[in-house]
Design a protein around this ligand. Structure first.
Ligand code: KIV
Ligand code: ZN
Length: 511
């Protein structure tokens, strides 16, 4: 059995299925490049048949990525498979991932198909995919609730039809580690041609067990793990890439395989995905949370100062946290700015993007004495998450907030070339600002989420605001950062509105 563990990242596909996490083509390309740089083996770039936008995004990722395999998802239907094949035409190395459900409940209630029909369709799909590429992955969806004998039958047939990777999904996150590990072990033992394919796992986190289940499967012989940056994904998400990779690497005394991932890119990728999707990372999140390597208790601090290993099982630098946090100030020039960003592995597609970010840096440096790496990363994320076409821009915001008085906001917006102003009262300064914005744009959206995080510590830290807006079933996240959290809030709201209004309309990837 191979000692290489393949990392299959599905941030751009399953991750995008998180409500509000939909990404533009350019955003997907930025993330794909970062994943490639991190040496992810397979990047699942989307579900080409789901929408024209998804198709184009997979084409674009397939075109720019050279070192990782680019994968497109397809139901076990000819039209899905052909669309995926077409999207992957330009790929240096492409893979089609086709799936059909195999659990009794899915077959009866969702597909309304007999087990025989499911096997037949799975075989047909794999054969069809093989007409496009010799790199074909097959998933029996909801394998975690499927019957073992039937799973063995469908998997054997899929391998005979030409599947080179067999992925075992715990689609609804129902399994527990010892059970899931046992399932993978028995499949590898019982499927007669199991040695002709790589076994993979794809675990959802509904019970908070996605990483544990994935690791149990690796112990049982799985040699590919499907995962996402920050554990993004449908419902409670997928197994977090950073946790799987670091668990295997840190516990080489237990695992007989390892990944070839460049783990020093993990924090950069985490920030990029968080910035683009607007899904903040909780401070106590393993590996990539702000507190993951922070020692608060005096006893711990003392121990770490005497010997780091007393309380640390990994080195922060090994996953990309930098020691040198205080970097630039208002006298720093463009070269210093560019150099520091390069040290943080951040690059720009165009000189215009660099200039726009540098202009924002200068604005921030005028207000904030010390600019930390985290501030720079937030600036870059914000520039990168601007909607393709900005219909609305914040020109000015004035808020009066006083004890015992009702807050009053005056907002000036640029809307498709016109400058407009409105005033509104509200329960608080943010509420007043949002009402004033709505007086101008009358968007008809519903605010589903509003959250503020401080990017660094101190009262002059930038606040990073995330809002989630819904309209007609379409959900978008917007982000804004500023040392004034009311301005950050207005920016986040406008960012989300621009995404909703963006001409680059994309359907939700679930169909
Ligand atoms: O969760 C799941 O079953 C999936 C499949 C498409 C692999 O995402
Ligand atoms: Zn999934």
């Amino acid at each position: 059995m191979s000692n290489k563990l393949i990392i299959f990242d599905t941030t751009l596909r399953d991750g995008e299925q998180s409500p509000g996490a939909s990404m533009t083509k350019d955003e997907k390309v930025r993330i794909a490049k970062a994943l490639e740089k991190m040496r992810v083996d397979v990047i699942e770039a989307g579900f080409p048949v789901a929408s024209q936008g998804d198709f184009e995004a997979v084409c674009a990722v397939a075109k720019v990525v050279q070192d990782s395999t680019v994968c497109g998802l397809a139901r076990a239907l000819d039209k899905d498979i052909d669309r995926a094949g077409e999207a992957l035409k330009g790929a240096n190395s492409g893979r089609i991932h086709t799936f059909i459900a195999t659990s009794p409940i899915h077959m009866q209630m969702k597909l309304r198909m007999t087990p025989d029909q499911v096997v037949e369709q799975a075989v047909r799909a794999v054969k069809r995919a093989r007409q496009h590429t010799d790199n074909v992955e097959f998933s029996p969806e909801d394998a975690g609730r499927s019957e073992l004998d039937f799973l063995c039958r469908v998997i054997e047939a899929a391998i005979n039809a030409g599947a080179t990777t067999i992925n075992i999904p715990d689609t609804v996150g129902y399994n527990v580690p010892h059970q899931f590990g046992e399932l993978v072990k028995r499949l590898i033992e019982r499927v007669p041609n199991s040695d002709k394919a790589i076994f993979s796992v794809h675990c959802h986190n509904d019970l908070g067990l996605a990483v544990a289940n994935s690791l149990a499967a690796v112990m049982s012989g799985a040699r590919q793990v499907e995962c996402t940056i920050n554990g993004l994904g449908e419902r409670a998400g997928n197994a977090a890439l950073e946790e799987v990779v670091m668990a295997v690497r840190t516990r080489q005394d237990l695992f007989v395989c390892d990944t070839t991932l460049d783990a020093t890119q993990i924090v950069t990728c985490s920030r990029l995905v968080s910035g683009i999707t607007g899904f903040p990372v909780q401070p106590n999140k393993a590996i990539v949370g702000a507190n993951a390597f922070a020692h608060e208790s005096g006893i711990h601090q003392d121990g770490v100062l005497k010997s780091r290993e007393t309380y640390e099982i990994m080195r922060a630098q090994d996953v990309g946290w930098s020691d040198n946090r205080m970097v630039l100030g208002k006298h720093s020039g463009r070269n210093a700015f560019r150099t520091r960003l390069q040290e943080l592995n951040i690059s720009f597609a165009t000189e215009d993007e660099l200039n726009a970010t540098f202009a924002r840096f200068k604005e921030l440096a005028d207000k904030k004495h010390e600019i930390f790496d985290e501030d720079l990363q937030a600036l870059v994320s914000e520039t990168g998450t601007e909607a393709d076409n900005e219909h609305i821009k914040l020109v000015a915001l004035k808020v009066c907030s006083e004890t015992g008085e009702t807050p009053l906001a005056t907002v000036t917006l640029w809307v498709d070339g016109d400058e407009r102003q409105a005033q509104s009262e509200g329960g608080g300064p943010v509420d007043a600002s949002y009402k004033a914005i709505e007086t101008i744009v009358n968007s008809g959206t519903t605010l589903q989420l509003y959250s503020v995080n401080n990017i660094t510590s101190g009262t002059d830290a930038q606040g990073e605001v995330t809002v989630r807006l819904e309209k007609g079933g379409r959900i978008v996240n917007g982000q804004g950062a500023d040392i004034d959290i009311v301005i950050a809030s207005a920016r986040a709201y406008i960012n989300a509105l621009n995404k909703l209004l963006s001409a680059a309309e994309r359907a939700h990837p679930q169909i």
